[in-house]
Write a protein that binds this ligand. Structure first.
Ligand SMILES: Nc1ccn([C@@H]2O[C@H](COP(=O)(O)OP(=O)(O)OP(=O)(O)O)[C@@H](O)[C@H]2O)c(=O)n1
Ligand SMILES: C[C@](O)(CO)[C@H](O)COP(=O)(O)O
Length: 391
């Protein structure tokens, strides 16, 4: 018996950053969570993983520390899940495998030993294919291309299906080969391929906990469900730039006309720089110069939005969320008040947090100090985030 885990997707719906199967849930890569119950099942002789091109180092990092005795060398995946499964099956076939194969999404880290066992036993009853299915609790509609309801199928016949899906290896590989030869590339699970090939697919009860991580917010729920306690962490940031020749400044991602510019390597946005450092501070993840060294020519004139977006993404990649961003800008001029709402909206858009969680304040320094003498401007920021406790 073999398990085939598909992990070659890019996780586009989960947002920018690492492919989702390599992100951490409760301090461990999603792929490692998904692999462990298969590696612990004595009936499974080999476990094969299909990975994306260029993911070799991520894969090595994800499996480090796992019991890898039954893990075979990874295979490179294809453009679609269907293509990736086919490549994995062909690799198993080349290695002489025949028997029962359990196909599983690496993006389902909460698969249990009980589900694996149920898949194996359901197939043992003489079927060619057996899949975990959950009755749907919402009413499901079919809509037409204009978004109007075309049909309401009877709910008592509808189920949503999960993985691991269990198959007799030979018929599954044949179905994949036949679909590839017929240029049928749109199957979203392997059971659908077997149905297309004319086979009967049995079902067994799925597990509501066995969710597929698809969107960024699924990671928050995953950490919570996994028992990870989210703790509040606070970071602060500070930045200054001297005024210089020019006709505008960038503040909080907004271009503001002014009789001077700022002297800076990037666009010199003190607001976004302070916020970036506040987020990195809350993460204990270096500072803006660690990740975007001023000595690196690629950041010359760079839009600072990308620095802040990067820091916000680092929070999400660690399974965290941004609770609040508070920015104070210190200058005699330009006046910040007229731009306050535009700046809040811009920061909310860059970080992906609700505008109600972004505060912008401004003050002069009463003509004292370098800001008071109109030599430059400064910003202070506080970021409040929540991270899994063990992180
Ligand atoms: N070309 C692909 C596409 C998907 N998968 C895998 O199939 C599983 C289910 O796919 P999905 O959730 O759609 O993952 P992604 O394709 O990565 O996500 P997205 O569609 O958001 O990019 C995941 O474990 C994914 O890594 C794969 O191996 N090869
Ligand atoms: C295989 C699957 O997980 C069963 O629910 C699902 O069809 C995968 O779909 P995706 O769009 O590739 O995430």
């Amino acid at each position: 018996m073999a398990a085939l885990l598909v992990a070659a997707g890019r996780g586009l719906r989960a947002g920018d950053g690492e492919p989702k199967q390599y992100r951490l849930v409760n301090g461990r890569p999603v792929l490692a969570h998904a692999l462990m119950p298969f590696l612990a099942e004595p009936a499974i002789e080999r476990v094969a993983v299909v990975i994306g091109e260029g993911d070799e180092a991520r894969y090595a990092n994800a499996i480090a520390g796992l019991d890898s005795a039954r893990l075979v060398a990874p295979t490179l995946g294809g453009e679609t899940r269907q293509a990736s499964v086919r490549r994995g099956l062909l690799a198993l076939s080349r290695a002489g495998f025949d028997g029962i194969v359990l196909v599983h999404d690496a993006a389902r880290p909460f698969v249990s030993r009980a589900q694996i066992s149920a898949a194996i036993h359901r197939l043992g009853a003489g079927d060619l294919a057996a899949i975990p299915a959950m009755p749907v609790t919402d009413t499901i509609k079919r809509t037409d291309t204009s978004g109007h309801v075309a049909e309401t199928p009877p709910r008592d016949q509808l189920v949503s299906v999960q993985t691991p899906q269990a198959f007799r290896f030979g018929p599954l590989l044949e179905a994949h080969e036949a679909a590839a030869a017929a240029l049928q590339h749109g199957f979203t699970d392997d059971a659908a391929l077997m149905e297309w090939a004319g086979h009967t697919v049995a079902t067994f009860r799925g597990d509501p906990a066995n969710v597929k991580l698809t969107h960024a917010e699924d990671f928050l729920r995953a950490n919570a469900r996994h028992g990870a306690v989210l703790v509040t962490r606070v970071g602060t940031g500070y930045d200054v730039h001297a005024f210089g020749p020019g006709d505008h400044v960038w503040l909080g991602g907004v271009r503001i006309g002014h009789d001077q510019g700022v002297v800076a390597h990037s666009d010199g946005d003190v607001g976004l720089h302070a916020l970036t450092d506040a987020l990195l501070g809350a993460l204990a993840d270096g500072d803006i110069g660690t990740h975007f060294p001023p000595s690196d020519p690629q950041w010359r004139g760079a839009a600072s939005a990308q620095f802040l977006a990067f820091a916000a993404q680092r929070v999400r990649e660690r399974g965290g969320r941004i609770d609040h961003l508070d920015l104070t800008i210190v200058c005699e001029a330009p006046k910040v008040g007229p731009h306050r709402e535009a700046i809040r909206a811009e920061i909310a858009a860059i970080t992906g947090v609700a505008i109600g969680k972004v505060a912008i304040k401004a003050t002069t320094s009463e003509r004292m100090g370098f800001t008071g003498r109109r030599e430059g401007l400064a910003a202070l920021a506080t970021a409040t985030i929540r991270l899994p406790e063990e992180d």
